[in-house]
Design a protein around this ligand. Structure first.
Ligand code: BES
Ligand code: ZN
Length: 643
C-alpha cells in the first residue's frame, strides 16, 4: 500500500520512555498464566486516563441517535475497580463532548451529583474529564452529548448511501476516537465488557461490535439492546445505524448491508465461514461467538476495521470476483492478533498489524494455495520498500516508533504491517511452519484477553522459541528486526511468479508491444495494481492514452485499480483523465484510495491548486479522519512548496 497507508508524517515532539509490563485486566480464564512483569505501571502517551488508580470493568451506554442535530445524546455509566485506595479523582478521556451532568454511586446505591472539571483540550489527546470520587464511589454516570464534528462519527445524508433514501451513521474508534463519542478510559491498556441501549428513528437498524439480535433486522422498532460480554479495549467499541439488511453466509457468519448491496456482498464473502474454520484450526478457538461483516457506504475511511463480532468494511472490496477477500482474512485474523491479544499502547501497534498481516498471508495460502499467499506477501514487500524510502524519521522505520505527542493514526504505514510480517515470515522460515504456527497459537492462548507490549513478545519469543532451538536465531538478530530502521540482510523476500509475469508484460509494452497484445485476461486485482505501481517515471501523454484506451482504467469499476491509475494520472499530469480522477476523489473516502492521489497532485503547484479545488468540493463527503489526513497532505505541500 506504500505511503498510502500513512495519514501523514508529523514531526517527532517528545520522547517519553515507556516501562515494561503487561495489563492486569480482568480476563475470562486465560489458558495459562501470563508473563510475570516488572511492577512499574505502563504509561500510555495517548490517554489522560489515570489507569493506575481506577480501571473500568463494565461500560453501560444509553444513547439516542439524533440525525437532524447530528448528535448522540444520553448517558455512559462506568463500573470501576479502585486500584489505588487513596485516589480521589477519576480522569477520563473526552474530545469535543458537552458534559451535562456527572454523578457517582456506591456499588449498589443511588446516584448523587459530584464535582467535575473538563480540562483544556490538547490537539491530539482531547480534554481530560476530572471527576471527584468519594471514597466509597464505585460507579460514575455521565450525561452528555457529542459534537456534530466528532472525529469518530460520520453522519451521512441519504444521498451518500446506496439506497439514497435514509441517513446513515457509523463510528470509527481506532486509534483514539472513541473519546469523541463516549467519555471513557480511551487506552488499549484497559479492557471492558459493555452493554448498550441505542434509540434510533423507527425503520433504521442499529448494529454494534457486540451480540446483535438478528431478529432485530426484522422488527426495526428503533430501540435496540446490545451486550459485549468479553472485555475489549475501547478502540473496538463500534456502532452503525442505517437501512440495513442481513444475509447469512454460514452458520456463524453473515453480512449486514443496505438492501441494494447485501446480495452482492454475501456472494463476494461466501468464503468467510471457511476462513473462520481454517483460522481456528491453526490459531485456536474463535472466542467471540459470531463473525459478521457490515458493508458501509463508500466514505468509510478504511478498507476494513476489525470491530469484534462485526467487521466494518468498505464497499470498495466488493469487486464481483472475490479478488479482495484478503481483507476479510485480515480483519478476521484480528480476532486473535489485536482483539484477543491487544497492543498495550499505540507504540506497540505492530503487535496488532504485523501479526495480523502474517496471519492473513498464512490464511490466504491455506485457502487459495501458495501462489496466492506469495502474491499477498510480494505486494506487501513491494509497498514496504517504497515506504521505507519515504519515511523521514528513522524511528518511524522501526517496529518501536515513539509516537508520544503525535497522532497514532500517523503511524498507519507499511512499517508495522509489512515489516512486522516480514519479521514473522523470517522466524517461520528459520523454525519451520509447524513449529511457528504452534508458537503463535501459544502466544494467543497464553495472552488471551490481555494487552501486550513489544517487550512481552520478545520475552515470550526468547523463552518459547530461541532458547528451545539454540543457534537458529540470535537475540541480536531479533533486536535488529525490532529496532533498526533498515531491513536485515538475511530477510526472506517473497517471490511471486504471477508478478514476474507482470514484470515481463510491462517490459514488453515498454519495448513497443501493443498493450492489447499483452496476456492480461487472467490477471487479478493485485497483478493490475503491480503492473501500474512499477511503471517508470517516463510515461508521456501518448503512453498514458494508449494504456487507457487498451484497459479503460479511467472507467474501472475496481476502485483499487482506479486509484493506482489516478495516482499515475496525477504524477504524469495526464489531463485527459482529470474529470474521471475528480469523480473518483468525490465518490470514495477510503484513505488508501484517495490520499496517494492527493499526494501526487500536491507535488506540483498546478496539481496542488487542482487538489485544493477538488478537496473543497469533496471535503463534506469525507469522514473527519480522512478530511484531516487530506488537509495535512495539502497543508504540508503549501508549507514546503515544490521547487
Ligand atoms: N485496524 C486496521 C485499520 C486501522 C488502523 C484503523 C489504525 C485506524 C487506525 C484494519 O485492520 C486494517 O489494517 N485495515 C486495512 C486493510 C487491510 C487488508 C490491510 C485498510 O483499511 O487498508
Ligand atoms: Zn489490521
Amino acid at each position: 500500500m506504500a505511503l498510502s497507508r500513512s495519514a501523514l508524517l508529523a514531526s517527532l515532539l517528545s520522547a517519553g520512555l515507556l516501562s515494561a509490563c503487561c495489563t492486569p485486566a480482568p480476563a475470562p480464564t486465560p489458558a495459562t498464566t501470563p508473563e510475570t512483569h516488572a511492577a512499574e505501571p505502563i504509561v500510555d502517551p495517548h490517554s489522560h486516563a489515570n489507569t493506575e488508580a481506577f480501571r473500568t470493568q463494565l461500560l453501560r451506554l444509553d444513547l439516542t441517535v439524533d440525525f437532524d442535530a447530528r448528535r448522540l445524546r444520553g448517558t455512559a455509566e462506568l463500573d470501576l475497580a479502585r486500584i489505588d485506595g487513596a485516589a480521589d479523582t477519576l480522569v477520563l478521556d473526552t474530545r469535543d463532548l458537552s458534559i451535562d451532568r456527572v454523578e457517582v454511586a456506591e456499588r449498589e446505591g443511588a446516584y448523587v451529583a459530584t464535582d467535575y472539571e473538563l480540562g483544556t483540550a490538547d490537539p491530539v489527546l482531547g480534554s481530560p474529564l476530572r471527576i471527584r470520587m468519594p471514597a466509597a464511589a464505585a460507579r460514575v454516570r455521565i450525561t452528555y452529548q457529542t459534537s456534530p464534528e466528532a472525529s469518530g462519527l460520520q453522519w451521512l445524508t441519504p444521498s451518500q448511501t446506496a439506497g439514497k433514501a435514509h441517513p446513515f451513521l457509523f463510528t470509527q474508534s481506532q486509534a483514539i476516537h472513541a473519546r469523541s463519542w463516549i467519555p471513557l478510559q480511551d487506552t488499549p491498556l484497559v479492557r471492558t465488557a459493555y452493554q448498550a441501549r441505542i434509540r434510533t428513528p423507527e425503520g433504521l437498524l442499529a448494529v454494534m461490535s457486540a451480540e446483535n439480535a438478528i431478529a432485530d433486522a426484522e422488527t426495526r422498532d428503533g430501540d435496540y439492546q446490545f451486550s459485549m460480554p468479553q472485555p475489549i479495549p475501547s478502540y473496538l467499541i463500534a456502532l452503525a445505524v442505517g437501512n440495513l439488511r442481513f444475509q447469512a453466509t454460514g452458520r456463524r457468519t453473515g453480512v449486514y448491508a443496505e438492501p441494494e448491496v447485501v446480495k452482492a456482498a454475501a456472494w463476494e464473502f461466501a468464503d468467510t465461514e471457511n476462513m473462520l474454520e481454517r483460522c481456528e484450526a491453526i490459531f485456536g478457538p474463535y472466542r467471540w461467538g459470531r463473525y459478521d461483516l457490515l458493508i458501509l457506504p463508500p466514505s468509510f475511511p478504511y478498507g476494513g476495521m476489525e470491530n469484534p463480532r462485526l467487521t466494518f468494511a468498505s464497499p470498495t472490496v466488493i469487486t464481483g470476483d472475490r479478488s479482495l477477500v484478503s481483507l476479510v482474512a485480515h480483519e478476521l485474523a484480528h480476532s486473535w492478533s489485536g482483539n484477543l491479544v491487544t497492543n498495550a499502547t499505540w507504540n506497540d501497534f505492530w503487535l496488532n498489524e504485523g501479526f495480523t498481516t502474517h496471519l492473513t498471508n498464512r490464511i490466504m495460502e491455506e485457502i487459495y494455495g501458495p501462489a496466492r499467499g506469495n502474491e499477498e506477501r510480494a505486494i506487501g514487500a513491494n509497498d514496504l520498500k517504497d515506504t521505507l524510502e519515504l519515511l523521514e524519521i528513522p524511528s518511524d522505520r522501526t517496529l518501536t516508533p515513539d509516537l508520544a505527542g503525535r497522532d497514532p493514526d500517523d503511524n498507519v504505514t507499511d512499517v508495522p504491517y509489512e515489516k512486522g510480517a516480514l519479521f514473522l515470515a523470517y522466524l517461520e522460515a528459520k523454525f519451520g511452519r509447524a513449529e511457528f504456527d504452534a508458537f503463535l497459537r501459544g502466544w494467543f492462548d497464553s495472552h488471551a484477553f490481555r494487552s501486550a507490549r513489544t517487550g512481552d513478545f520478545l520475552a515470550y519469543l526468547e523463552r518459547e522459541l530461541l532458547a528451545r532451538h539454540p543457534g537458529v536465531v540470535s537475540r541480536a538478530k531479533v533486536d535488529e528486526w525490532i529496532h533498526s530502521p533498515d531491513i536485515p540482510d538475511d530477510a526472506v523476500w517473497p517471490q511471486s511468479d504471477a508478478f514476474d509475469r507482470v514484470d515481463r508484460s510491462r517490459d514488453e509494452w515498454l519495448g513497443g508491444t501493443a498493450a492489447t497484445a499483452l496476456q492480461t485476461a487472467e490477471w487479478s486485482t493485485r497483478q493490475w495494481q503491480y503492473f501500474l505501481d512499477r511503471m517508470p517515471d517516463t510515461l508521456d501523454d501518448a503512453a498514458m492514452a494508449r494504456l487507457d484506451a487498451a484497459f479503460d482504467f479511467s472507467d474501472s469499476a475496481n476502485a483499487i485499480i482506479a486509484s493506482r491509475w489516478f495516482r499515475l494520472v496525477a504524477r504524469h499530469q495526464y489531463r485527459k483523465a482529470y474529470p474521471a480522477m475528480q469523480r473518483h476523489l468525490e465518490s470514495v473516502g477510503r484513505m488508501l484510495l484517495i490520499n496517494p492521489v492527493y499526494r501526487e497532485l500536491a507535488a506540483t503547484p498546478e496539481g496542488l491548486k487542482l487538489a485544493q479545488a477538488v478537496f473543497a468540493g469533496a471535503r463534506d463527503g469525507y469522514h473527519p479522519i480522512a478530511r484531516d489526513a487530506v488537509e495535512k497532505i495539502l497543508d504540508r505541500a503549501v508549507a514546503t512548496p515544490a521547487p
